[in-house]
Design a protein around this ligand. Sequence first.
Ligand code: ZN
Length: 283
Amino acid sequence: MRLANLAGRAVLVTDAGAIDVEAASDGRFGPDPQSLFDDWAAFAEWSKAVTDASAAASVPFDAARLDAPVPRPRQVFAIGLNYAEHAAEAGYPPDSMPVTFTKFPSSIVGQGALVALPEGHVDWEVELVVVIGREAHQVSRETAWDHVAGLTIGQDLSERITQLQGSAPQFSLGKSFPGFGPTGPWLVTPDEFADRDDLAIACSLSGEVMQSSRTSMMLYDVPELLVRLSAVCPLLPGDIIFSGTPSGIGNRRTPQRFIGPDDVLVSEIEGIGMLTTRFTAGG
Ligand code: ZN
C-alpha cells in the first residue's frame, strides 16, 4: 500500500491515481493522515481490500499538492553516523550506541517543498525514514518490523555552523530550521518491498549525484534501531525515525559544497520513489 497526504487528506496511491480514504471508507478513516496511525492495524487491513477491488475509483492527482505523509509525528528520532563510510568521513569512530537526536516536528514538510535557506552552510543527507504503526517498547529484533507502518524518503537537512558550534554539537537545533525535514512523497508498507532491508538509496543536487548506497550498509539496521530506541522510550504510532545517511555530504567534500538558492535536491529510494526539494534565498 502507498499512502499519501494530498493537501491534508489521506489518499491511497494506485498506478491510476489516488483514492480518497475518508470517502472510500464512508468516514471510518481519515481524512487527517495523522489520525490513521491511531488504529493502523485496522486501517491497513481495510486498505488491502480497497486497493485490489476499487483501483478503478482512482482519480489522477497533481503531485504538487502532496504534503508530508506523516504531518504531525509526536516524536521524531534521527540517527547519526549509521553508515560506516559516513562515520569515517565525518571523523567519528562507529559507536556502541546509535547516535540519536531529534528534528523538531515543526521542521517536517512534504514533497516539492520550497525551503528558505538560513544563513550558514546548508547540507543534504538522504535517509530512509521509518514510520511507527504500533507502539514499540522494549521490543525484540524478531518482532521489530511488526511495529513498522511503512517507509518513506527523508532529507535530514543540516545547517553545519549551527550544528557544530560550541563545546558539544547542536545536532537537533542545526537540523530543525523551517523546512529542514522533507519527507515523502508517500509511505510504502513493508510488504511492498522485495527486500525491505536492502534498498538502493541516493541523492543528487542539481543533477549531480552526491550520495549512493544501500540501506543494507547501515551499522544499525531497522530492527536494531527499534530495539535500541525502544529500550529507552516507547515509540508511538505515527512517530518517525530518520535512520542515518550514507557518505557524500557536502561538508566533507573537497572543496566543500553547500546548497544554494537555485539548487534542486532529488532524493531517491528503491521501491518508494523520488522526493524533490527546492530552495530559495533568505529565511
Ligand atoms: Zn542525518
